[in-house]
Structures are given as structure tokens and as C-alpha cells.
Design a protein around this ligand. Structure first.
Ligand code: GLY
Length: 399
């Protein structure tokens, strides 16, 4: 009898634990860690603003001498530092973060007219988009609408895609990262009432779904199209280990991009695509136990290959959102995977010590290993998506 009671109690406990995990509720220890990480982030970014020259934006650390690496407004990462300051303003309510965001946004405002890169979504939506979301100041709205117009000039109806780069020997290169820039276009249609931007975004997402993905839902980095016919010319890598490999940040951009496309369109095909990508990432035999991927899932030298914390941060933030759109069991799986990664990123293995790491928040990212550029260093976008994930976790865990 006693045994039967114990068995029933154990079953009940397991059911409660399972529904707790599936409900997306918070892990108390992680709530404490995320609060501490946000406090550290605020301290680091207060220090950072004193060290970044006025006319520049922080980018990374120079791996050779450890010095701060900065960028000008044209570099694709220029919007992340103002964006992180907006997140920290939102969290702390300290107006100094808002002032710093505004000061650096003044540097990148002119990029609204830039028609030479697909990265306008990253540059303008992560900075001015957050400014608009938080303040609803129409000045930001107008800048964003001009940015969307500039970005949409890069769309070619024959390829059904926005051209990513103007450099190199490519005919019409499109990189998986480009999925991230579509958020600006969806926003522009919602705010202006002009459907053409969202239509471009959908067409680009559909074309990418068709040509960028392999059978296992890993993605190629670059697809080069023939702009005259729209046919695929080549599938290559630029920042990955090989043309056939799964570059970790590319998988993260795809995951985040299709999750965002589902949020904005409610088209189930995007949700399914995002879930397939998530499953590829989470079930990959080379995914380390701490949820922080190697820079490429097929990197040579695993398990001694460098990790890419930026891919982990983007993936965690996307998984938190994706878990809100799926059935309970799947949601629990994605939520817990994001929790595991956040536990790791909030630990001393990946989190900087106060006043160190050129005042970036996270250590150990990889920009482009094949170019020996930004290897095992902090990156401004790792910080941005980490802070976004911390805020998302704290907001959604309590609902
Ligand atoms: N969008 C460029 C990169 O992820 O490195």
C-alpha cells in the first residue's frame, strides 16, 4: 500500500514537473542569474561609453593586442550598440542609456539612404527600431521608413530576393543572414500601410526557404543567383568551414528570421521552417552539452574548435520566442534549451568580469574564422541578442 502511494506521489510530482517545464515558467535560479547578468551589462555599458571615441561605434576586441575595435556607421554592426543601450534603458530606466543611444544614433542616421548593403535591417531596425518601439517618436518612424525604401531597392523580382552584397565576384549573392533584415520591411508595411515592403519580405523568405536549405534543414551560407534568369548559380560559404557545412551563426539567423516571419505573417510554413531549423540545431551531435555551439557545426578540430557565443545568444533569443508559438511539449523543449544556454552564458565561462573585456558583456564569439577575423573575442551583436534574450526570458517566464 505504502509502495503504491509512493509510486502515485512520484507520478504526480513528475506530471507537475513536466507541466511546469512545458508552461514556460521560470527557473528561479536562472531568474537570479539573469538579473545579475543585466546588472553586469549595465555596469559594462556605463564603462564602455567612456572609452568609445565619440565618432565611432564599438565592434569587438582586436585579438592581436586586446585593444577595443571600433567601427564607423557603414559597418553592418553599427546599430547594435545603440540598440543594447535602448534595452538597458528599458530595463534600468536610467536616462544615461537613452542619451548614449541617441548620441550614437546620430552617427548612423545617414545610413537611411544607403542602398549599397542589405544590412540596413540590422543597422537601422536594431537602433531606430528600438527607439521607435520605446518612445514612439515620429522622427524615428520617418528614418525607418526611408531605410525600408533604401533596402527594398535591392530587391530583384527575377531572383525573388534582396541582394546581400555588392562586393566580390558574385553575380547576385544572397546570404542566410539576410532573413534578419526582413523585420524592417514587415514593420514598414504595418506602419505605412503600403503592402509592397511586406510583399518583398515574403517573397525573399519563400525564395530562401526553397534554395538555401538542405534536406536536414541546415542552410548554406551564400546562394548566388543568376540575376537575369533567377536560377541558382552556386551554393557556397563565406564564413563557414566548407560549402557543405552548417555555419553556426547562419543557422541562428535562419532560426530567428523564420520565427520573426511567423510572428509578422502568421504563415504556418514559416513556423514549420523555424521548428525544423531549431530541431536541426538542438539535435545536432556536435552541439556541446552547455548549449553554446562551435563556430561551425562541422568545424575541423571539434571538440577543440572555438565556440561562437554570438550564435548561442541569437539562438537562445529565437528559441524563447518560438516556444510561444508551438504546442506545449515542443514549447517546453525549446524553452528548456534556451534556459540551458542562458545558464551557460550567465556563468563565468562566458560572462566578462566587471571592467574587463573592453567592457563588452560576453566573451568567446567568432566573427569570421576563415578570414582570421574576430576569433574568440567579444562581439557587439553577441551582447545585443544576449540582452534581448535576458529581457525576453524575464518577461515571458512570469506569464
Ligand atoms: N551578418 C554577418 C555575420 O553574421 O557575420
Amino acid at each position: 500500500m505504502m509502495k503504491k502511494h509512493c509510486y502515485l506521489a512520484l507520478c504526480l510530482l513528475l506530471i507537475v514537473m513536466q507541466s511546469y517545464a512545458q508552461s514556460g515558467k521560470a527557473d528561479k535560479a536562472l531568474l537570479i542569474k539573469t538579473a545579475a547578468a543585466l546588472q553586469l551589462a549595465a555596469k559594462q555599458y556605463k564603462l564602455m561609453r567612456q572609452h568609445v571615441p565619440d565618432s565611432t561605434l564599438p565592434r569587438s576586441t582586436n585579438a592581436k593586442d586586446g585593444s577595443l575595435m571600433v567601427a564607423n556607421s557603414t559597418w553592418w554592426t553599427s546599430g547594435f550598440y545603440p540598440g543594447t543601450n535602448w534595452f538597458l534603458y528599458e530595463y534600468t530606466k536610467d536616462p544615461a542609456f537613452k542619451e548614449e543611444a541617441l548620441k550614437r544614433m546620430a552617427l548612423i542616421k545617414k545610413e537611411q539612404y544607403n542602398t549599397h548593403t542589405h544590412d540596413l535591417g540590422f543597422m537601422m531596425y536594431c537602433s531606430f527600431g528600438n527607439a521607435w518601439r520605446i518612445t514612439k517618436d515620429t522622427a524615428w518612424k520617418n528614418i525607418l521608413l526611408t531605410s525600408a525604401k533604401s533596402l527594398s531597392t535591392r530587391f530583384n523580382p527575377t531572383t525573388g530576393c534582396i541582394r546581400s552584397w555588392d562586393h566580390g565576384v558574385w553575380k547576385f549573392p544572397v546570404i542566410i543572414d539576410n532573413m534578419m533584415n526582413l523585420e524592417l520591411l514587415n514593420w514598414a508595411s504595418r506602419e505605412s500601410g503600403d503592402p509592397q515592403y511586406a510583399q518583398i519580405a515574403r517573397t525573399h523568405a519563400n525564395t530562401t526557404m526553397k534554395h538555401h536549405f538542405r534536406e536536414d534543414y541546415s542552410s548554406f551560407h551564400v546562394v548566388d543567383y543568376d540575376p537575369g534568369t533567377g536560377a541558382v548559380y552556386e551554393r557556397k560559404t563565406h564564413q563557414g568551414a566548407a560549402d557543405s557545412s552548417a555555419w553556426a551563426r547562419g543557422q541562428a539567423w535562419g532560426l530567428y528570421g523564420y520565427t520573426m516571419m511567423y510572428r509578422d505573417t502568421k504563415d504556418i510554413a514559416y513556423l514549420e521552417q523555424a521548428c525544423h531549423i531549431a530541431d536541426f540545431i538542438l539535435n545536432h551531435p556536435h552541439m556541446p552539452a552547455d548549449g553554446v555551439p562551435y563556430w561551425d557545426f562541422d568545424a575541423p578540430g571539434i571538440p577543440n574548435a572555438p565556440r561562437d557565443v554570438s550564435a548561442a545568444a541569437v539562438t537562445a533569443s529565437a528559441l524563447l520566442e518560438l516556444s510561444r508559438y508551438t504546442d506545449k511539449a515542443t514549447a517546453g523543449r525549446y524553452w528548456r534549451a534556451a534556459e540551458k544556454t542562458l545558464h551557460s552564458l550567465c556563468s563565468s565561462a562566458y560572462l566578462a568580469k566587471e571592467g574587463e573585456n573592453n567592457n563588452f558583456i560576453l566573451l568567446h564569439s567568432v566573427g569570421s574564422l576563415p578570414h582570421t577575423s574576430e576569433v574568440d573575442v567579444p562581439l557587439t551583436y553577441a551582447d545585443y541578442y544576449f540582452v534581448e534574450a535576458l529581457l525576453r526570458y524575464r518577461q515571458w517566464a512570469s506569464r
